[in-house]
Design a protein around this ligand. Sequence first.
Ligand code: FAQ
Length: 316
Amino acid sequence: MSPNYSLEANFQNRIDNEEKIEPRDWMPDAYRKTLVRQISQHAHSEIVGMLPEGNWISRAPSLRRKLALLAKIQDEAGHGLYLYSAAETLGTSRSEMIDLLHAGKAKYSSIFNYPALSWADMGTIGWLVDGAAIVNQVALTRTSFGPYSRAMVRICKEESFHQRQGFDILYTMSQGTEAQKEMVQDAVNRWWWPSLMMFGPTDKDSPNSAQSVKWKIKRLSNDELRQKFIDMTVPQAAVLGVTLPDPNIKFNEKTGHYDFGEINWEEFYQVIAGNGPCNKERLAARIKAHEAGQWVRDAATAYAEKQQQKKSISVA
Ligand code: FAQ
């Protein structure tokens, strides 16, 4: 019997009994590794995810819209920080995680490699991208790792406001001129399929799912979450008066869910391999911002050292 057998059995028992695992608790190395992978990718997504919207702050159509967009983007920075902190409790530093992102070795959500071409894209990102994020994240409030699940509670509250503000932009435009209605339809046509890809490969092609579900890191599978999102979104599209770009969407009386067409998985794998429309631009923007912020990190470190010195002098 391996020396870790009882530790592992006890760990799995705790998970099965819905106990939360905390940073100082014993955990299998693979559990720790999976969490660092998923939480850091999630954090990177929030930070890279600020870029498509950041591009539109200066072009928002009114002061009210500008304020809401600024606040939303600021929330995303906050989400990134809670998530990096949750990952740090597992023994990996934020700078290590960021270095891996900048070296192209850590992933972030495929969705942020698509361009935001019009103001209607700001509404569509809120409605579809935050909508998909919430479906995934509500399930993650019950994830087995304590710091991750607690970060999710707050993130979900903010994310649901983001989704509403996106829907509000689209709803206003959908009551507007013909040109505005066309912008909405065009944005929805471009973001629909990439939003479905946010949930990851189908369950049969998802290498990490089985173990992550067993450890209750993931509470629902990629396909279950995708279906939830589609079921929630199709009626909302009807309220907006937009068509979803999938002729196969149809309510299935037998299953009680909407059937939908085949996702272009070749496109998904190309995007996550670094070959999407904006991958290079997004990474270059993050690296540039990180380098430009070096003096702030240096100044903060120097200040912290000075404070420490002052403290040790006064103690002596
Ligand atoms: N993009 O075996 P699985 C937001 C990778 S929300 C890129 O199924 P897993 C809010 C996956 O990492 C967006 N890569 O993997 C916001 C794995 O590669 P690896 C972020 C993807 O982990 C809104 C490989 O494919 N949300 O940012 C994607 O069990 C608006 C095999 O896949 C989260 O990260 C993808 N879409 O399940 C911000 C939620 N899908 O690591 C700004 C937390 C899969 O082995 C504006 N994460 N891959 O090299 C999760 O729930 C999971 O990690 C999944 C993937 C479901 C994303």
